[in-house]
Design a protein around this ligand. Structure first.
Ligand SMILES: [Fe+2]
Ligand SMILES: [Fe+2]
Length: 135
């Protein structure tokens, strides 16, 4: 069983971004699988680090695209990214200090944040992509 089942309702209609979103889903699912298989803390943290790096890359790609097309809600959107990265960084330091482990609660937080961000915040730039697609 997977934690997140990909659905076309998460598509924003821009292949590069959609593929990155799918990549993020795959990594969260991988963390879930590793957790249920009882993999070591080190293994889980390696995947979590990959997820953090990949998330930062994805956010930076999205931000460049929004800037390129003069997206009016850029600042607000970027703030959501910044806050999420802060959360990921604080989870990372909590792992390192043995304050938390990868739990279902943590994975559900990542899942809910990502899917909500895609369907509510990311989808708001869809008209912008549509408008610039053939230019
Ligand atoms: Fe975003
Ligand atoms: Fe996104």
């Amino acid at each position: 069983m997977e934690l997140i089942e990909w659905s076309d309702k998460y598509l924003v209609g821009y292949d590069e971004i959609d593929n990155q979103h799918k990549g993020l889903v795959i990594m969260i699912n991988e963390l879930f699988t590793f957790m249920t298989e009882g993999k070591s803390k080190e293994n889980l943290e390696i995947i979590f680090d990959h997820l953090t790096v990949y998330t930062k890359e994805h956010f930076s790609n999205e931000e460049k695209m929004m800037l390129k097309y003069d997206y009016p809600d850029y600042e607000q959107h970027k703030l959501e990214h910044v806050k999420f990265i802060e959360r990921l960084n604080s989870f990372k330091s909590d792992f390192e200090n043995n304050k938390i482990t990868i739990s279902l609660e943590l994975l559900n937080f990542l899942k809910d944040w990502l899917l909500n961000h895609i369907v509510i915040t990311d989808k708001k730039y869809m008209p912008l992509l549509e408008k610039n697609r053939y230019e």
